[in-house]
Design a protein around this ligand. Structure first.
Ligand code: DAH
Length: 369
């Protein structure tokens, strides 16, 4: 005969035994305490509180117990779970506080440190002056025009009334593209864009042309084989030398300030008639160094005036080359070197400072504006 069934003793289910539960709690608490960062703590959580942990296993066993045993076992499992959870929560908040303190120290920004000592570069002064010039002319309703740097000699010379025997054509000035008898060159001036602008737009025409030009020159304090010019051309009915003068004065004031004084001095250019050079009154001596007994002025070499560029009324032959009726239209034109303009403006004596790209020059001139 078999005796009555023993009442089910939950302590005999090993996962639910006091010892096992106590061991699970001890091991879990030890692992949480040993975790020195949040990642390790998360791993320990998976091991000791995750779905495959001893307590989770014990919890699942509860369902198989007879009701009379379940309450007691449930209390003990829950107590173990609560102990582990409390230990985990405490460790996690401790580690979080530690992490926050560390981040505050490691990622601290000292707002009292100087912020302006790191050298910053700048856009090149030649780029800036070209934009400034463009602003001046666009403000007067002119257009900005461009032309190719590799140019046909017809545009660079013939159409501008520069005859084949003119010294400007000689090979020491002009850089020809091989083969040399093809008549293709690196433009020696921005003036060919006068012809291109007139052919493209017809009259009336108001264009300013900042651009790069090339000449066969060795680099020294005042010469560079590559430099920049600003060309201006206005063609309309009834334009006079007075319009030229007013335009040059507006440009000069924008470049050098309101106090600048200009003068036109007769000269000769094949593409203008009459032609005149544009001079600026020396801003250092105000022209006084030309007086007898006056101190020598380094800036104008005691000439009183500084040459800035060339100008004149567009030659009728040039208008005709571009298909414009010289009986109906007149025009004025001017051209000046932008390096020379910058050097005057900033009292610089060596063009190489503009060519070599020293960031200190760029930064200093950029600040002066
Ligand atoms: N193209 C001339 C040069 O490179 C400068 C110049 C002079 C341009 C007179 C002009 C002008 O438009 O009218 O030396």
């Amino acid at each position: 005969m078999s005796g009555p069934n023993d009442p089910y003793d939950p302590k005999e289910v090993s996962a639910l035994s006091d010892d096992e539960l106590a061991a699970a709690v001890t091991q879990g608490e030890a692992a949480f305490a040993a975790a020195t960062d949040l990642d390790t703590l998360a791993e320990a959580h998976t091991t000791h509180l995750g779905p495959r942990s001893s307590v989770a296993l014990a919890r699942r066993e509860l369902g198989a117990l007879p009701p009379q045993a379940r309450a007691d076992a449930g209390r003990r499992v829950n107590a173990a779970l609560a102990a582990l959870t409390a230990s985990y929560d405490a460790r996690r908040s401790a580690l979080e506080i530690e992490r926050d303190e560390r981040v505050l120290v490691e990622e601290a920004v000292d707002v009292t440190l100087p912020w302006d000592r790191a050298p910053v570069g700048g856009r090149h002064p030649l780029t800036l002056i070209q934009e400034r010039v463009a602003d001046v002319f666009v403000g007067m309703g002119w257009e900005i025009a461009e032309g190719p740097e590799v140019e046909a000699s017809w545009f660079n010379f013939d159409a501008l009334n520069i005859p084949p025997a003119h010294p400007a054509r000689e090979t020491q000035d002009t850089l020809w593209i091989e083969p040399a008898d093809n008549g293709v060159l690196l433009r020696t001036q921005t003036s060919p864009v006068q012809i291109r602008a007139l052919l493209a737009r017809g009259a009336p025409c108001y264009v300013a042309v900042p651009g790069r030009v090339y000449r066969q020159e060795a680099l020294d304090a005042t010469h560079s084989a590559v430099f920049h010019q600003l060309e201006g051309l206005a063609v309309d009915e009834g334009l006079t030398m007075g319009d030229l003068r007013g335009t040059l004065d507006t440009l000069a004031r924008a470049m050098f300030g309101p106090q600048v004084r200009t003068r036109l001095r007769p000269d000769h250019y094949p593409f203008t008639e009459p032609s005149a050079d544009v001079d600026l009154l020396c801003w250092v001596c105000q022209g006084t160094s030309t007086e007898p007994g006056a101190e020598f002025c380094r800036t104008c070499r005691s000439e009183g005036w500084i040459e800035w560029g060339g100008s004149g009324m567009v030659h009728p032959v040039v208008l005709a080359s571009a298909g414009i009726d010289p009986e109906r239209y007149t025009g004025f034109a001017f051209g000046m070197g932008l390096e020379r303009t910058l050097m005057s403006r900033h009292d610089m004596s060596d063009i190489r400072d503009l060519v070599e790209g020293d960031v200190r020059v760029t930064a200093a001139l950029g600040r002066e504006g």
